[in-house]
Design a protein around this ligand. Sequence first.
Ligand code: SF4
Length: 138
Amino acid sequence: MFRTLTEIIESGYCMGCGLCPHYAPDAIEMLIADSGQMLPTIARDLTAEENAEIVRLCPGVSLDAPLREDKPPKHAYAFGDVGRLQRQIHEERVAVLRAFHTEVATKAFPYASTNIGMRHGEKAKFLEALDRWRPIHE
Ligand code: SF4
């Protein structure tokens, strides 16, 4: 379905989780868009491998990402079934993200009741404050 990060963003499926910059830190940065959402901004063309990895792991579009290997290493002994909890989390995550997808696809989400915005001029003030900010131990 999706082949690139750009397609994810342009389709409105990005939920601003901030994961994708970790897969191309020199190319992707999370910035505040005009809408007030945190969205990835892409500074250079991503490679096919980078796009493929992001599409595979992006929680906005990857509902069916495989779980980690269930089998423990040969030399290990399992005192419990943590994999059961991982599967439970996975199933819950899939249900939640399916609901999110449905709401985005029908343009019902974001909901007006939970949406927040900035007053006119607040973004510029915020960005100016960031420009002035210096770490204490510079
Ligand atoms: S990984 Fe997906 S949801 Fe997260 S910031 Fe990147 S595009 Fe958005």
